[in-house]
Design a protein around this ligand. Structure first.
Ligand code: TYM
Length: 348
C-alpha cells in the first residue's frame, strides 16, 4: 500500500500563513462569562499581533469540562467567546479562530504529552491546587492533566509567543519543560514558546477582594465586571469597589484596591500612573471610581454592539469556526504526524 501524500492547506479558507512571520497562539476557556480581567490580561492584546504575526486563537472548550458545565451553557459560551474575539477586533481573515474540540489533534497530542509530564510537576501547579480546593467533589484526572493538554494546544503549532495573563505563567513554563524534554529524547520536534505578559493588566484583581485575581468563576457577581455588563451595572460595580480608608488617589504597595483601579483606568485610557495621580489630585475616591466606571463602560460599548450583531448571525460564526478549524487541523496534523513517527507509532 502507498502512503498518502501529506494533505495541503484546505481549499475553503482565505487564510494562508506567511513563512516569514512568527507564530502566536492563545486560548480562553468558555467556562463562565468573560471579565475585564480576561480582556485586559489577554484578549485586548491579541489584536496587537494580527498584522505582524501568524495568529491562532482558540476557544478551549475541552479545558472547560475539567469543571462540570451545563451543556447548553457551554455551547452558548463557546459561540459567545468566539464572537467576543471578533468584537474585540480580531479579523477572521487575518487570524485563525477556532474551537478546540473541532481539532482532534489537541486531544491526540495531549495524550502523548501526558506520557512526558511528571506527576510531581502536575502536583505543583497552583491552578490545580486552587481548582481542586474549589471543586472538592470533582477532583478529576482531566483537572490534574490540564497543563499537558494546554502544552499540546501550544506545541502543535510551533508557536513563538503566547499572550496570557500572569496566572498562566506556570503553565507556560511547564510547556517549555515538556518541549525541551521531548526534544532532548527525540531530537528537535517542538519550538520552545515564550509567554507574552502585558506590563499593565497582567493581573486584574477582584473588586470585592483586591488581593485576589478577578475570576470568571467567582460566585460574587460584584467582584467581577463582565464584558457584557451594561453601563449602569459597570458604574455601580466600580462605585462599590473595595478600597482603603485613605482618600488620596495615589499608588502605594499596601493600597491593593486603588492600585487595581488605577491599573484598570490606565488600561482603558492609556494614561500612566503619574498622569492619573495628577488628574485626580485634590479629588476623592468617589470621583475616581466614577471615572474608572465611565472609562470602562465607554471602551466596552462598541465591543458590545459588535458582539450582539455577531451573535445574531450564528451561521457566520459557524463558517468562521469551520474555516478556522480546517486550517488549524492542517497545521496541527503536520506536528502530530512527526510526533507519532518519533515515538514509534506506525503511519496509517
Ligand atoms: P482562562 O480562560 O482562565 O483565561 C483566559 C485568559 O485571560 C487571562 N486572565 C487574566 N488576566 C489578567 N487578570 C485576570 N484577572 C485574568 N483572568 C484571566 C488568563 O491569563 C488567560 O490568558 N489555561 C488557560 C486557557 C488555555 C490557554 C491554552 C492559554 C488553554 N490552552 C494555550 C494560552 C495557550 C486559561 O485557563 O485561561
Amino acid at each position: 500500500m502507498r502512503r498518502k501524500a501529506e494533505a495541503g492547506p484546505p481549499a475553503n479558507g482565505t487564510m494562508e500563513f506567511s513563512k516569514d512571520k512568527k507564530i502566536i497562539f492563545s486560548g480562553v476557556q468558555p467556562s463562565g462569562n468573560l471579565t475585564i480581567g480576561n480582556y485586559l490580561g489577554a484578549i485586548k492584546n491579541f489584536g496587537l499581533f494580527q498584522e505582524t504575526y501568524n495568529c491562532l486563537y482558540c476557544v478551549v472548550d475541552m479545558h472547560a469540562i475539567t469543571v462540570r458545565q451545563d451543556p447548553a451553557e457551554l455551547r452558548r459560551r463557546t459561540y459567545e467567546t468566539l464572537a467576543l474575539y471578533m468584537a474585540s477586533g480580531l479579523d477572521p481573515e487575518k487570524n485563525v479562530l477556532f474551537v478546540q474540540s473541532h481539532v482532534p489533534a489537541h486531544a491526540q497530542l495531549g495524550w502523548v504529552l501526558d506520557c512526558f509530564t511528571m506527576f510531581g510537576e502536575l502536583s505543583r501547579m497552583t491552578q490545580f491546587k486552587d481548582k481542586s480546593a474549589k471543586n472538592a467533589q470533582n477532583i478529576n484526572a482531566g483537572l490534574f492533566t490540564y497543563p499537558s493538554l494546554m502544552a499540546a494546544d501550544i506545541l502543535l503549532y510551533q508557536v513563538d509567543l503566547v499572550p496570557v495573563g500572569i496566572d498562566q505563567m506556570q503553565h507556560i513554563e511547564l510547556t517549555r519543560d515538556i518541549a525541551n524534554r521531548f526534544n532532548q529524547i527525540y531530537s528537535d520536534t517542538f519550538k520552545v514558546p515564550e509567554a507574552y505578559i502585558p506590563k499593565t493588566g497582567m493581573k486584574i484583581n477582584s473588586l470585592a477582594d483586591p488581593t485576589k485575581k478577578m475570576s470568571k468563576s467567582d460566585e460574587n457577581q460584584n467582584a467581577c465586571v463582565y464584558l457584557l455588563d451594561d453601563r449602569d451595572t459597570i458604574i455601580r460595580k466600580f462605585k462599590r469597589a473595595v478600597t482603603d480608608s485613605d482618600t488620596v488617589v495615589k499608588s502605594a504597595p499596601e493600597k491593593d484596591g486603588i492600585n487595581n483601579l488605577m491599573t484598570i483606568y490606565s488600561c482603558f485610557t492609556g494614561k500612566t500612573f503619574e498622569e492619573i495621580e495628577r488628574e485626580f489630585d485634590g479629588r476623592g475616591y468617589g470621583d475616581f471610581k466614577l471615572a474608572v466606571g465611565e472609562a470602562c463602560a465607554d471602551a466596552l460599548s462598541p465591543l458590545q454592539t459588535e458582539f450582539h450583531r455577531l451573535m445574531n448571525d450564528k451561521a457566520y460564526l459557524e463558517t468562521v469556526m469551520k474555516n478556522g478549524s480546517d486550517y488549524a487541523s492542517y497545521l496541527a496534523n503536520k506536528t502530530l504526524s512527526k510526533v507519532y513517527r518519533k515515538v514509534g507509532f506506525i503511519a496509517k
